[in-house]
Design a protein around this ligand. Structure first.
Ligand code: AMP
Ligand code: GLY
Length: 429
């Protein structure tokens, strides 16, 4: 069997690593892949394959049996629609369903329509009205959350505690000149929710006319802020732990009842054909879950944390998603915990240097049992170089969360490049 994976991040490296373990898989191709996937067993990078057209042409000519899409951009641009139209098996939602991530306004309207518990919000496309609304809102509330409607690579959410911050957020998100894209035109203004965050990734098989199902994976906690103690700017994710020690059974039951079940119902009512993965970004307040957002894909770095806990075969899981048998698929998880620490380039999430030589002390990695998943990297003449802000994630399993943390932190010292930085408190809370 030949599998094609779309994307180039750490999540895609973890997907490739897991998919390559399937006995049925002979080749894994990555479009375009990264410096880590280049050396993974059974894997081959397609560096020139960076568009949906190129991926489709490759899948046709190579006789690809299964395609899995990692990131949100190709999903929002309709790569799944193209593959489906060509009769090719692909895991991921079509363009219409991808609006659950690509448009926060659409997602909030969906949540409100079907009673998925979420922060109260209003959407605006008129700057003056939005400004008047935040001004009156902040006379009674101490903070407000302002979100760009479209995909904004994690930069579209501003939490404002005063009027001038809120006003400059509105200006930067709503002026097309400032954002250079449609992402800035509509904003969602919502109530600020305090609490602890949890990410639940899940497999989705909702097919019109069939009994649909969403099967949650083990919950994970991403650490989004750049610095220890949750300080500093938001990033794509500095590390994660799974399972989440403080995500109680009561909170999980509430998630099923208040968020997952109405989502399944809503998708069916809307006649969606959704065969892929979904990511529930949750805020938990005293065992009550609120949905901050849907992502229509797996999370990064949560995937690097959760997949090493998955015992089940990934290709069989993908087949069950596609053929409608997910409800009876035996999803088996390893006991214990996985901690993932992300090494980033100095300066990230601001400007940073690329092209630094990366060395990996393989012996040390083998000794700790830690798995390196590469992100922003490339290979040249057999060497590995940095090529992005998030460079490498190291994931380690242990029977206890504390042991997983220790192994991940020991593993990350096997990775070296000039300017390398990481948080020291991943999984500590
Ligand atoms: P989102 O892209 O909607 O997940 O937002 C990114 C991050 O902003 C989340 O992970 C939260 O840390 C924060 N956030 C988003 N919405 C809210 C909210 N209503 N209240 C508090 N924090 C929020
Ligand atoms: N870890 C958050 C995300 O993948 O969007």
């Amino acid at each position: 069997m030949k599998v094609l994976i779309i994307g180039s991040g750490g999540r895609e490296h973890a997907l490739a690593w897991k998919i390559a373990q399937s006995a049925a898989v002979k080749n894994v191709y990555l479009a375009p892949g990264n410096g880590g996937t280049a050396g993974e067993q059974k894997c081959e990078n397609l560096p020139d394959c960076t568009t949906a057209e190129a991926a489709l042409a490759f899948a046709r000519s190579k006789g690809i049996d299964l395609t899995v899409v990692g990131p949100e951009e190709p999903l929002a641009q309709g790569i799944v629609d193209r593959f489906r139209a060509a009769g090719l098996a692909i895991v991921g939602p079509a363009q219409r369903e991808s609006a659950l991530e690509a448009s926060k306004d659409y997602a909030k309207a969906f949540m409100q329509r079907f009673g998925v518990r979420t922060a109260a919000s209003r959407s605006f496309c008129d700057y003056k009205q939005a400004q008047a609304y935040v001004q009156s809102y902040l006379t009674t509330q101490s903070s407000v959350v302002i979100k760009a409607d479209g995909l904004a690579a994690g930069k579209g959410v501003i939490i404002a505690e005063d009027l001038s911050t809120a006003q400059s957020a509105l200006l930067s998100l709503m002026s097309v000149e400032a954002t250079g894209s449609d992402a800035g035109k509509t904003v969602v203004i919502e109530e600020f929710l305090a609490g602890t965050e949890v990410s639940v990734l899940a497999a989705v098989s909702i097919v019109p006319g069939k009994a649909g199902v969403i099967v949650p994976f083990i919950a994970a906690r991403d650490h989004k802020r750049r610095f220890d103690g949750g300080q500093g700017p938001n990033t794509g994710g500095m590390g994660a732990i799974a399972p989440v020690p403080d995500f109680s059974q009561a909170a999980y039951d509430d998630f099923l009842h208040a968020i997952l079940e109405p989502t399944v119902y809503g998708m069916q009512q809307e006649g969606m054909d959704y065969r892929g993965f979904i990511f529930f970004g949750l805020m938990i307040q005293e065992n009550r879950c609120y949905l901050l957002e849907y992502n229509v894909r797996l999370g990064d770095p949560e995937t690097q944390t959760v997949l090493p806990l998955l015992e089940s075969d990934m290709v069989s899981l993908c087949s069950a998603i596609l053929d409608g048998s997910l409800a009876t698929f035996p999803l088996v998880w390893k006991a214990g915990a996985v901690c993932t620490v992300v090494a980033v380039a100095d300066g990230y999430p601001g400007p940073y240097r690329r092209g630094e030589l990366i060395t990996l002390e393989r012996e040390k990695l083998i000794h700790t049992g830690a798995i390196p998943f590469m992100a922003g990297t490339y290979t040249k003449n057999g060497n590995l170089y940095t090529n992005g802000g998030r460079v490498c994630a190291v994931s380690a399993w242990d029977s206890s969360p504390q042991g997983a943390r220790e192994k991940a932190y020991s593993g990350i010292t096997a990775v070296n490049f000039t300017g390398m930085q990481y948080r020291t408190d991943i999984g500590a809370y």
